[in-house]
Design a protein around this ligand. Structure first.
Ligand code: CP
Length: 317
Protein backbone atom coordinates (compact mmCIF):
# COMPACT_ATOMS: atom_id res chain seq x y z
CA UNK A 1 0.00 0.00 0.00
CA UNK A 2 2.94 2.34 0.63
CA UNK A 3 4.10 1.88 -2.95
CA UNK A 4 0.59 2.64 -4.18
CA UNK A 5 0.51 5.85 -2.09
CA UNK A 6 3.63 6.97 -3.96
CA UNK A 7 2.06 6.25 -7.32
CA UNK A 8 -1.17 8.06 -6.42
CA UNK A 9 1.04 11.07 -5.80
CA UNK A 10 2.74 10.55 -9.19
CA UNK A 11 -0.67 10.24 -10.88
CA UNK A 12 -1.73 13.61 -9.48
CA UNK A 13 1.25 15.48 -10.95
CA UNK A 14 0.85 17.74 -14.00
CA UNK A 15 3.03 15.28 -15.91
CA UNK A 16 2.18 11.93 -14.31
CA UNK A 17 5.23 10.03 -15.41
CA UNK A 18 8.40 8.70 -13.74
CA UNK A 19 11.35 6.91 -15.39
CA UNK A 20 11.15 3.88 -13.08
CA UNK A 21 10.69 1.28 -15.83
CA UNK A 22 12.46 2.96 -18.74
CA UNK A 23 13.74 0.26 -21.07
CA UNK A 24 11.24 -2.35 -19.85
CA UNK A 25 8.46 -3.74 -22.03
CA UNK A 26 5.06 -4.83 -20.70
CA UNK A 27 2.71 -6.84 -22.92
CA UNK A 28 -1.05 -7.23 -22.39
CA UNK A 29 -2.13 -10.72 -23.42
CA UNK A 30 -5.89 -10.67 -23.06
CA UNK A 31 -7.84 -13.65 -24.37
CA UNK A 32 -11.01 -12.27 -22.77
CA UNK A 33 -12.68 -8.86 -22.97
CA UNK A 34 -11.61 -6.09 -20.61
CA UNK A 35 -11.84 -2.34 -20.31
CA UNK A 36 -10.58 -1.48 -16.81
CA UNK A 37 -7.83 -4.04 -16.28
CA UNK A 38 -6.28 -3.86 -19.74
CA UNK A 39 -6.31 -0.07 -20.01
CA UNK A 40 -5.18 0.53 -16.44
CA UNK A 41 -2.22 -1.82 -16.79
CA UNK A 42 -1.32 -0.07 -20.03
CA UNK A 43 -1.63 3.36 -18.43
CA UNK A 44 0.33 2.18 -15.39
CA UNK A 45 3.17 0.91 -17.57
CA UNK A 46 3.25 4.13 -19.60
CA UNK A 47 3.34 6.26 -16.44
CA UNK A 48 6.37 4.25 -15.38
CA UNK A 49 7.96 4.95 -18.81
CA UNK A 50 7.83 1.30 -19.88
CA UNK A 51 7.13 0.37 -23.49
CA UNK A 52 3.81 -1.37 -23.97
CA UNK A 53 2.36 -3.79 -26.49
CA UNK A 54 -1.21 -4.96 -26.78
CA UNK A 55 -1.94 -8.42 -28.09
CA UNK A 56 -5.28 -8.59 -29.90
CA UNK A 57 -6.40 -12.21 -30.22
CA UNK A 58 -8.81 -11.40 -33.05
CA UNK A 59 -6.05 -10.14 -35.36
CA UNK A 60 -3.29 -12.53 -34.27
CA UNK A 61 -1.93 -15.88 -35.42
CA UNK A 62 -4.16 -17.49 -32.78
CA UNK A 63 -6.77 -17.31 -35.52
CA UNK A 64 -4.48 -19.57 -37.62
CA UNK A 65 -4.34 -22.10 -34.82
CA UNK A 66 -1.23 -20.97 -32.90
CA UNK A 67 -1.29 -22.40 -29.39
CA UNK A 68 -1.18 -20.40 -26.17
CA UNK A 69 2.29 -21.76 -25.40
CA UNK A 70 3.71 -20.90 -28.82
CA UNK A 71 2.07 -17.47 -28.66
CA UNK A 72 3.64 -16.68 -25.29
CA UNK A 73 7.06 -17.96 -26.25
CA UNK A 74 6.92 -16.05 -29.55
CA UNK A 75 6.14 -12.79 -27.76
CA UNK A 76 8.81 -13.44 -25.16
CA UNK A 77 11.40 -14.02 -27.89
CA UNK A 78 10.95 -10.37 -28.89
CA UNK A 79 12.56 -9.40 -25.58
CA UNK A 80 9.88 -8.42 -23.10
CA UNK A 81 9.86 -8.12 -19.33
CA UNK A 82 6.27 -8.85 -18.29
CA UNK A 83 3.10 -10.42 -19.60
CA UNK A 84 -0.26 -9.38 -18.14
CA UNK A 85 -2.51 -12.35 -18.84
CA UNK A 86 -6.28 -12.60 -18.84
CA UNK A 87 -7.93 -15.84 -19.90
CA UNK A 88 -11.30 -17.54 -19.56
CA UNK A 89 -9.68 -20.65 -18.06
CA UNK A 90 -8.57 -20.88 -14.44
CA UNK A 91 -4.84 -21.36 -13.94
CA UNK A 92 -3.64 -20.02 -17.30
CA UNK A 93 -1.33 -17.31 -15.85
CA UNK A 94 0.29 -19.96 -13.67
CA UNK A 95 0.70 -22.25 -16.69
CA UNK A 96 2.14 -19.40 -18.79
CA UNK A 97 4.67 -18.65 -16.04
CA UNK A 98 5.99 -22.19 -16.39
CA UNK A 99 6.64 -21.60 -20.10
CA UNK A 100 8.36 -18.20 -20.09
CA UNK A 101 11.17 -16.53 -18.19
CA UNK A 102 9.63 -13.07 -17.91
CA UNK A 103 7.26 -11.95 -15.16
CA UNK A 104 3.62 -12.98 -15.52
CA UNK A 105 0.79 -11.04 -13.87
CA UNK A 106 -2.68 -12.47 -13.48
CA UNK A 107 -5.21 -10.08 -15.03
CA UNK A 108 -8.10 -12.44 -14.23
CA UNK A 109 -8.35 -16.18 -14.91
CA UNK A 110 -11.73 -17.78 -15.38
CA UNK A 111 -13.74 -18.08 -12.17
CA UNK A 112 -10.51 -18.40 -10.20
CA UNK A 113 -8.86 -15.11 -9.20
CA UNK A 114 -8.44 -11.44 -10.04
CA UNK A 115 -5.66 -10.43 -7.64
CA UNK A 116 -5.06 -6.83 -8.71
CA UNK A 117 -8.80 -6.13 -8.43
CA UNK A 118 -8.61 -7.26 -4.78
CA UNK A 119 -5.58 -5.05 -4.18
CA UNK A 120 -7.28 -1.97 -5.60
CA UNK A 121 -10.45 -2.71 -3.65
CA UNK A 122 -8.54 -2.99 -0.37
CA UNK A 123 -6.67 0.20 -1.18
CA UNK A 124 -9.95 1.99 -1.93
CA UNK A 125 -11.58 0.87 1.33
CA UNK A 126 -8.50 1.82 3.30
CA UNK A 127 -8.61 5.27 1.68
CA UNK A 128 -12.11 5.88 3.06
CA UNK A 129 -12.02 3.98 6.35
CA UNK A 130 -8.33 3.96 7.29
CA UNK A 131 -8.19 0.19 7.66
CA UNK A 132 -10.17 -2.96 6.92
CA UNK A 133 -9.71 -4.28 10.45
CA UNK A 134 -13.10 -5.17 11.93
CA UNK A 135 -15.13 -3.90 8.97
CA UNK A 136 -18.18 -5.91 7.96
CA UNK A 137 -18.18 -6.43 4.20
CA UNK A 138 -21.17 -7.93 2.38
CA UNK A 139 -20.22 -9.49 -0.97
CA UNK A 140 -23.48 -9.78 -2.88
CA UNK A 141 -24.49 -11.63 -6.02
CA UNK A 142 -23.03 -14.11 -8.44
CA UNK A 143 -20.30 -15.49 -6.17
CA UNK A 144 -20.25 -18.80 -8.01
CA UNK A 145 -18.78 -17.41 -11.22
CA UNK A 146 -16.81 -14.57 -9.68
CA UNK A 147 -13.01 -14.43 -9.62
CA UNK A 148 -13.43 -10.99 -8.04
CA UNK A 149 -15.24 -12.58 -5.08
CA UNK A 150 -12.57 -15.25 -4.61
CA UNK A 151 -9.68 -12.77 -4.55
CA UNK A 152 -11.70 -10.20 -2.59
CA UNK A 153 -12.71 -12.60 0.19
CA UNK A 154 -9.10 -13.67 0.61
CA UNK A 155 -7.75 -10.12 0.74
CA UNK A 156 -10.52 -8.61 2.88
CA UNK A 157 -10.31 -11.32 5.53
CA UNK A 158 -6.50 -11.29 5.50
CA UNK A 159 -6.69 -7.60 6.40
CA UNK A 160 -9.11 -8.23 9.26
CA UNK A 161 -12.56 -7.70 7.74
CA UNK A 162 -15.53 -9.96 8.42
CA UNK A 163 -17.12 -11.04 5.14
CA UNK A 164 -20.67 -12.23 4.53
CA UNK A 165 -21.49 -13.57 1.08
CA UNK A 166 -25.10 -12.94 0.12
CA UNK A 167 -26.63 -14.80 -2.81
CA UNK A 168 -29.34 -17.25 -3.80
CA UNK A 169 -28.11 -20.84 -3.32
CA UNK A 170 -27.80 -21.30 -7.09
CA UNK A 171 -25.25 -18.48 -7.31
CA UNK A 172 -22.97 -19.86 -4.59
CA UNK A 173 -20.17 -22.38 -5.25
CA UNK A 174 -21.19 -26.01 -4.56
CA UNK A 175 -18.96 -25.93 -1.48
CA UNK A 176 -17.74 -23.02 0.63
CA UNK A 177 -15.27 -25.20 2.56
CA UNK A 178 -12.16 -23.14 3.14
CA UNK A 179 -13.94 -19.82 2.61
CA UNK A 180 -13.61 -17.69 5.78
CA UNK A 181 -17.09 -16.21 5.38
CA UNK A 182 -20.61 -16.17 6.73
CA UNK A 183 -23.38 -16.99 4.25
CA UNK A 184 -26.78 -15.35 3.95
CA UNK A 185 -29.65 -15.53 1.51
CA UNK A 186 -31.36 -12.46 2.95
CA UNK A 187 -29.82 -9.16 1.86
CA UNK A 188 -32.25 -7.04 3.87
CA UNK A 189 -31.01 -8.46 7.18
CA UNK A 190 -27.32 -8.03 6.23
CA UNK A 191 -27.41 -4.42 4.98
CA UNK A 192 -28.12 -2.67 8.33
CA UNK A 193 -24.86 -4.11 9.77
CA UNK A 194 -22.67 -3.61 6.70
CA UNK A 195 -19.78 -1.15 6.47
CA UNK A 196 -19.26 -2.00 2.81
CA UNK A 197 -21.68 -3.59 0.36
CA UNK A 198 -19.69 -5.04 -2.53
CA UNK A 199 -21.91 -5.92 -5.46
CA UNK A 200 -20.91 -8.49 -8.06
CA UNK A 201 -21.84 -8.40 -11.70
CA UNK A 202 -24.38 -10.94 -12.89
CA UNK A 203 -22.10 -12.95 -15.16
CA UNK A 204 -24.51 -14.23 -17.77
CA UNK A 205 -21.65 -15.19 -20.11
CA UNK A 206 -20.30 -17.70 -17.55
CA UNK A 207 -23.67 -19.25 -16.67
CA UNK A 208 -24.20 -22.47 -18.57
CA UNK A 209 -27.66 -23.18 -17.16
CA UNK A 210 -30.69 -21.29 -15.94
CA UNK A 211 -29.77 -20.42 -12.34
CA UNK A 212 -32.49 -17.85 -11.70
CA UNK A 213 -36.22 -17.67 -12.42
CA UNK A 214 -35.61 -14.23 -13.95
CA UNK A 215 -33.36 -11.19 -13.64
CA UNK A 216 -36.38 -9.22 -12.42
CA UNK A 217 -36.75 -11.63 -9.48
CA UNK A 218 -33.03 -11.47 -8.76
CA UNK A 219 -33.17 -7.68 -8.63
CA UNK A 220 -36.23 -7.80 -6.37
CA UNK A 221 -34.41 -9.95 -3.80
CA UNK A 222 -30.72 -9.11 -4.23
CA UNK A 223 -30.44 -5.86 -6.15
CA UNK A 224 -29.23 -2.72 -4.35
CA UNK A 225 -32.30 -0.60 -5.00
CA UNK A 226 -32.97 2.92 -3.70
CA UNK A 227 -35.18 1.42 -0.97
CA UNK A 228 -32.45 -0.96 0.15
CA UNK A 229 -29.84 1.80 0.34
CA UNK A 230 -31.96 3.26 3.16
CA UNK A 231 -31.24 0.11 5.20
CA UNK A 232 -27.49 0.84 5.16
CA UNK A 233 -25.72 2.72 7.96
CA UNK A 234 -25.10 6.37 7.00
CA UNK A 235 -21.38 5.85 6.41
CA UNK A 236 -21.62 2.53 4.58
CA UNK A 237 -19.83 2.35 1.24
CA UNK A 238 -21.04 0.85 -2.03
CA UNK A 239 -18.55 -0.88 -4.34
CA UNK A 240 -18.63 -2.82 -7.60
CA UNK A 241 -15.70 -4.06 -9.74
CA UNK A 242 -17.42 -3.13 -13.02
CA UNK A 243 -18.68 -3.47 -15.58
CA UNK A 244 -21.99 -2.71 -13.86
CA UNK A 245 -25.39 -3.88 -15.01
CA UNK A 246 -27.46 -0.82 -14.04
CA UNK A 247 -30.93 -1.91 -13.06
CA UNK A 248 -29.88 -5.51 -12.29
CA UNK A 249 -27.48 -5.82 -9.33
CA UNK A 250 -27.49 -2.07 -8.69
CA UNK A 251 -30.13 0.58 -9.39
CA UNK A 252 -29.07 3.10 -12.01
CA UNK A 253 -29.02 6.08 -9.63
CA UNK A 254 -27.50 4.16 -6.69
CA UNK A 255 -24.33 3.62 -8.72
CA UNK A 256 -23.87 7.39 -8.80
CA UNK A 257 -24.45 8.16 -5.10
CA UNK A 258 -21.69 9.90 -3.15
CA UNK A 259 -21.22 6.74 -1.08
CA UNK A 260 -20.55 4.74 -4.26
CA UNK A 261 -16.80 4.24 -4.85
CA UNK A 262 -17.04 2.68 -8.29
CA UNK A 263 -15.08 5.34 -10.18
CA UNK A 264 -12.63 5.71 -7.26
CA UNK A 265 -11.92 1.97 -7.59
CA UNK A 266 -11.07 2.50 -11.26
CA UNK A 267 -8.82 5.48 -10.51
CA UNK A 268 -6.97 3.59 -7.78
CA UNK A 269 -6.54 0.67 -10.16
CA UNK A 270 -3.93 2.60 -12.14
CA UNK A 271 -1.78 3.41 -9.08
CA UNK A 272 -2.12 -0.13 -7.69
CA UNK A 273 -1.00 -1.60 -11.00
CA UNK A 274 1.89 0.86 -11.16
CA UNK A 275 2.96 -0.49 -7.77
CA UNK A 276 2.67 -4.10 -8.94
CA UNK A 277 4.73 -3.43 -12.07
CA UNK A 278 7.31 -1.43 -10.16
CA UNK A 279 7.73 -4.02 -7.43
CA UNK A 280 8.17 -6.74 -10.05
CA UNK A 281 10.29 -4.94 -12.62
CA UNK A 282 11.75 -1.91 -10.87
CA UNK A 283 15.03 -1.51 -9.12
CA UNK A 284 13.76 -1.66 -5.55
CA UNK A 285 14.81 0.65 -2.71
CA UNK A 286 17.82 2.03 -4.60
CA UNK A 287 15.80 2.67 -7.74
CA UNK A 288 14.37 5.83 -9.28
CA UNK A 289 11.78 6.35 -6.54
CA UNK A 290 14.20 5.91 -3.67
CA UNK A 291 13.56 8.39 -0.89
CA UNK A 292 9.84 8.45 -1.60
CA UNK A 293 9.06 4.83 -0.85
CA UNK A 294 10.60 1.63 0.34
CA UNK A 295 9.23 -1.24 -1.68
CA UNK A 296 10.08 -4.72 -0.56
CA UNK A 297 10.43 -7.73 -2.83
CA UNK A 298 7.79 -8.72 -5.33
CA UNK A 299 4.50 -10.14 -4.04
CA UNK A 300 4.43 -13.89 -4.25
CA UNK A 301 2.08 -16.76 -3.56
CA UNK A 302 0.81 -20.03 -4.88
CA UNK A 303 -2.20 -20.58 -7.02
CA UNK A 304 -4.36 -23.42 -8.12
CA UNK A 305 -7.00 -23.50 -10.78
CA UNK A 306 -9.97 -24.29 -8.55
CA UNK A 307 -11.25 -24.36 -5.00
CA UNK A 308 -11.16 -21.60 -2.41
CA UNK A 309 -9.24 -18.38 -2.89
CA UNK A 310 -5.50 -19.02 -3.02
CA UNK A 311 -3.84 -15.63 -3.02
CA UNK A 312 -1.65 -15.35 -6.07
CA UNK A 313 -0.88 -12.00 -7.61
CA UNK A 314 2.05 -12.62 -9.85
CA UNK A 315 4.37 -15.31 -10.99
CA UNK A 316 7.86 -15.31 -12.35
CA UNK A 317 8.63 -17.93 -14.96
N1 CP B 1 -13.19 -5.22 -13.07
C1 CP B 1 -12.69 -5.69 -14.23
O1 CP B 1 -11.92 -6.63 -14.27
O2 CP B 1 -13.14 -5.03 -15.34
P1 CP B 1 -12.66 -5.36 -16.84
O3 CP B 1 -13.27 -6.70 -17.21
O4 CP B 1 -13.22 -4.23 -17.66
O5 CP B 1 -11.18 -5.43 -16.85
Amino acid sequence: MRATDSFVEVSERAIPRVPALRGKTVVSLFYEESTRTRLSFEMAAKRLSADTMNFAVSSSAVKKGESLRDTCQTIEAMGIDALVVRHASAGVPWQVASWVGCSVINGGDGWHEHPTQALLDCYTIRGRRGSLEGLRIAVVGDVKHSRVARSGVLAFTMLGAEVTVVAPPTLLPPSLDGWPVEVSHDLDTVLPKADVVYLLRMQAERQQEALLPSLREYTARYGLTRDRVRLLPDDALVMHPGPINRGVEIAADVADLERSLITRQVANGVAVRMAVLFLLLGQGPSGPLSGRQGPSGPPSGRQGPSGPPSGNVTARG
